[in-house]
Write a protein that binds this ligand. Structure first.
Ligand SMILES: C[S@@+](CC[C@H](N)C(=O)[O-])C[C@H]1O[C@@H](n2cnc3c(N)ncnc32)[C@H](O)[C@@H]1O
Length: 353
């Protein structure tokens, strides 16, 4: 009989972890989604609208959850696995890099509280790569120690992975903390999940996923912003950088018309051309150039196409959709990590080949 792994999706966003777990096929285990926690109402709207089944339990704020530090809180339904892509603004390179000292960084302690109180068998946590450089790497060491020692202890595996090594045409690094409760088995020496060749992926480059045909004119760089977006000043800005075969890391503020070396723009020549790998000569003064659309953003992050339709049907504005996409977790990374962790520990075959 298959092992049923009940999971709690914390800081759920639009469900990168759920989407990944639902795609994993195994003869040994199956997932059951029991609860999720997400404070942002727009994220909750999309999360619920795209889900097949409503989870048993929904909690808005992680601070409401019952733990030793919060005995009066809401008790979580029984779960075996915790997923948590905890808020990363305090750690990312655009934040203040204060690490644990600001309010959002403190949310890590709520994860520790939950692991301490509920002691699930497994966890997978996700964050930005920059975490590893804060306080010269000391913050990462503190987090690793805390995760290994919490409750009755966990075997910990920490992997820093790049989205384009796992089938998505995006330059985005994420760090994963994977734990298995140490009383369940001996620690295994498992390496990172096996890399997937991008040429074998569904979308080997952004070109392969670009929408063609009629596109909402709102996605084209507006005349009044054009000069700023495409302004070339190598002294302090670097070159204008459009038509990337591998997208820049998607950000939550994609609707803001950042400069072309900070965000993802594509020219009509590239979109309608035949070579995904070479940049065409583009007349920056006159050619139509557009940002990636929300559908393309969902694709770059590994979500199915119906997310874009459903988001629009839920009346989420473009800027809300870009924000949710930019905050999300690349689904293919989560898929590779969860599968590799569980197969390495629960299946006979050696996942490292
Ligand atoms: C980095 S995002 C995680 C995104 C998610 N992995 C996905 O695939 O969409 C962090 C999420 O935590 C949510 N969040 C922030 N503070 C929270 C809190 N106190 N309680 C619950 N959720 C919170 C944010 O709204 C955001 O959606």
């Amino acid at each position: 009989m298959k092992q049923i792994i009940k999971y709690f999706d914390c800081f759920a966003g639009i469900g990168g972890f759920r989407c990944a777990a639902e795609n994993i096929q195994s003869d040994v285990y199956d997932f059951e989604h029991v609860s999720y926690c997400e404070v942002d109402p727009q994220a909750r709207t999309l999360y619920e609208a795209v889900g097949d089944k409503k989870p048993v339990q929904q909690i808005n704020d992680v601070k409401e959850i019952k733990t030793n530090r919060n005995p009066g809180g809401t008790a979580l339904a029984d779960f075996d696995m915790l997923f948590a892509g905890f808020p990363c603004q305090s750690f990312s390179n655009v934040g203040y890099r204060k690490g644990f000292d600001d309010e959002r960084g403190q949310l890590f302690f709520y994860i520790l509280d939950m692991l301490d109180y509920y002691q699930p068998k497994y966890f997978v946590l996700e964050n930005v790569q920059k975490l590893s450089t804060i306080k010269n790497g000391n913050l990462l060491d503190e987090m690793k120690t805390a995760l290994q020692e919490i409750g009755s202890g966990y075997h910990l595996h920490v992997w820093c992975l790049h989205a384009s090594d796992y089938g998505l045409p995006q330059n985005r690094y994420r760090i994963f903390f994977c734990g298995i409760r140490s009383d369940l088995c001996e620690k295994k020496d498992i390496k990172e999940p096996p890399v997937i060749k991008l040429t074998d992926a569904k979308y080997p480059t952004v070109w392969h996923l670009l929408e063609r045909g009629e596109i909402d004119p709102k996605h084209y760089i507006p005349a009044k912003t054009r000069e700023t977006v495409l302004y070339k000043n190598p002294k302090w800005q670097g070159n204008v950088n459009i038509d990337n075969a591998i997208a820049r890391p998607l950000t939550a503020s994609m609707s803001k018309w950042h400069r072309a070396n900070q965000d993802n723009y594509y020219s009509e020549t590239y979109i309608n051309g035949t070579d995904p790998y070479s940049r065409p000569d583009v007349d920056l003064a006159s050619e139509k150039i557009r940002r990636i659309t929300p559908l393309e953003g969902f694709r770059i992050q590994g979500f199915p196409d119906n997310y874009a339709e459903i988001a629009t049907a839920c009346r989420l504005s473009y800027s809300a959709q870009y924000r949710l996409i930019g905050n999300a977790l690349p689904v293919n990374l989560a898929y590779a990590v969860i599968k590799h962790l569980l197969n390495s520990y629960l299946c006979e075959e050696d996942e490292n080949g």
